[in-house]
Each structure stands twice: as C-alpha cells, then as structure tokens.
Design a protein around this ligand. Sequence first.
Ligand code: ATP
Length: 358
Amino acid sequence: MSVSERDILAAMSKVMDPELHIDLVKAGMVKDVRVDGDKAKLKIELTTPACPMKGKIQADAEAALKQVPGLKTFDIEWGAQVRSAPQAGAQAILPQVKNVILVGAGKGGVGKSTVSVNLAAALAREGAKVGLLDADFYGPSVPLMTGITEKPVSPDGKTLLPLEKHGLKVMSIGFLVEADQALIWRGPMLHGALMQLVRDVRWGELDYLVLDLPPGTGDVALSLSQSVKASGAVLVTTPQDVALADVVRAKQMFDKVHIPVLGIVENMSQFVCPHCSKATPIFNRGGGHKAAQMFSIPFLGEIPLELKIREAGDAGVPVVLSAPESAEAQAFVAMARNIAGRVSTENMRVAVKLPVIR
Ligand SMILES: Nc1ncnc2c1ncn2[C@@H]1O[C@H](COP(=O)(O)OP(=O)(O)OP(=O)(O)O)[C@@H](O)[C@H]1O
C-alpha cells in the first residue's frame, strides 16, 4: 500500500495540541511533509521552544504516525516558531517584538523582579530570543540580579543599545537614573522616561520582552501597560491571605485596559529546611491558588522561599542558570513554560477565534 502526503496530514490532524485545543494541522504546525515509498519526513513547529506540552504532543504524533497503513518509518524534525501577538507588528510601539509579557504585583517586595529575571533567563535557555526591561523605578533590581555594572551606550545620541548578559538583552531604568532621582519625578515625567526606555532601545527581533513593572496599581504602571500592547500580564503574589486584596487590585487594573491576565505565580510558597528537609509555610500556603480560583485564571506555579534564590539574585546570576538542576530552578522553568504556553494560547485564541478555555 502506498502512502501519500495526505495520509500523513490526515494522521496529524487527529493530534490535538492539548493547550490550544486545536489539531496540529489547523494550528499550522505541520510543515515540509515528504513521503518516499514507505518512509515519511515532516517538521512539527511548536508555538514556543518552551512548550509545556512538548512531551505529550511528541508521544501523540508518533502514535498517530504508527497507525498510518503502509508507513514503515518516519522522521519528525522538531522546531519552534513563536507567533506574534495579534496587536504586535509594524503599527506597534515595538515592531520587532513578538510578545510583551508584563510582570506585575499589587505591592512591592513580593519577588516580582526575581520572577522577571528567572522567567527571562528560563525562556532564553529554552531557545527563545528574549529581552528584559526593568521599569521598576522604586527599586530597580535588575542590574544587581543580572550582574550588569556597565552603562548602556548610545551610538547615535538618540537610541540605546541594550546590555547583553546570560543570553538576554537587558535594559533598566536603574542604568540611567539614580533611584532617588526617579522617585521625586511625578507621573507624566516618569511615564515619559519609561516610554523612552521602551521606544528608544534597539531591542532587535525578540520572541518575548519581559517587562518588570513598577509595583502597585498606580497611574505609571497602568499607562505603561497600556502603551506597550502586551500579550498578557503575570501577577506575582505571596501566599498570605492579606496579599489577596493586592491581587484583586492588580487584576482589576489589567481588566480595565483589556490586557489578559495570563495567570498567578505564588512566590515564597514554603521554606524547605536544608538540614531536615521539613517544609514550613512561613507565609502561609494557598493564597495564589485561592486567588486563581476566585478569578478563574490559571495558576502558573509556586516558587519556594529558598536561600539559593536570594543568593543567586545578589550574585547576579539567576538561579535557573546558576543551579539549573535544583528544585527551585525547576520551579521557575515549569512556571516559564506555563507562561509561554499561555501566551501561545492567547495568540492562537485571537487568531483562530477560539473560545476562551481556562
Ligand atoms: N523565592 C524566594 N526565595 C528567597 N528569596 C527571595 C525569593 N523571592 C525573592 N527573594 C528575595 O527577596 C527580595 C525582594 O525580591 P524582589 O526584588 O524580586 O521583589 P520585588 O517584588 O521586585 O520588590 P520591589 O517591588 O521592591 O522591587 C530580594 O532580595 C530577593 O532576592
């Protein structure tokens, strides 16, 4: 029995992307199908190199090809092509950036910058082109957390080159102004300075720009979020019940400007004693889950309270790079994959008018 390219496509159209809820052919992921007698070659292009469902898609695709009558061997080349947010492109303020991911929190000190830096580093480690923009003028921590001490240069007096470290393109308000100076600026001045950071930096082509927002739900966070036409926002919280009120405010802020909330990350979830391995929920447990349930938005992961995370931050090498095999690094990687998956789902939902599935 001879096999045709149509048979291969028919088999692939039975494989569903478990997150996007459409089949691989409809999602445009199946490329370059070639059949030669009883052998087939094809390429499957995932929507992100950090795909949280790659293992399942791979198993399902192989199982489907094994069912094709007459097909003896097959060779799947795996790749990834990050899709742009529908609002990205020539008209946008960042025309070469496919997706802006906002990282926000209802209040300061919950680990927003730690999450931003590790998210960016984890996505880059998976193979994506990633930028990190620190707009947190209250306490720009990205220079310290990435170990960058140089100042950005402007080759033409108008635009700035981002600094490059850990496979990331990095820019921070902290590179340009003293913290006490930014703090006395009023709203419009701050917004202007931050927009300059967005617009006048030569980011080049990026799959993801992770934007560490100023904490809270003030006007600057709101107007910046609105201006960059983000793919979505990640809310960082600690597990206490008192943090819930801040999450509510942050969620309302993003709803107001129609930015999808990609989900909630619970930071400082519990402390695992390095001596006896006993887990202690210092800041209580479950607040992030509770908030996610309350709003029917995804829970993107929990990050333990762990000395190594703080030490890695202070040493300028994110823990996902300094100790990639550690449980805390794995927690960040799982979170980053969930976020990349949610960005893909949001983009696909708009592109093919999928129903909202939470
Ligand atoms: N999971 C964690 N385990 C241990 N230390 C952590 C963890 N998350 C954050 N920290 C530490 O807590 C401090 C505050 O974190 P970070 O600067 O990321 O918070 P933030 O929400 O961005 O704060 P701000 O809004 O004030 O800028 C840092 O010293 C950081 O290293």
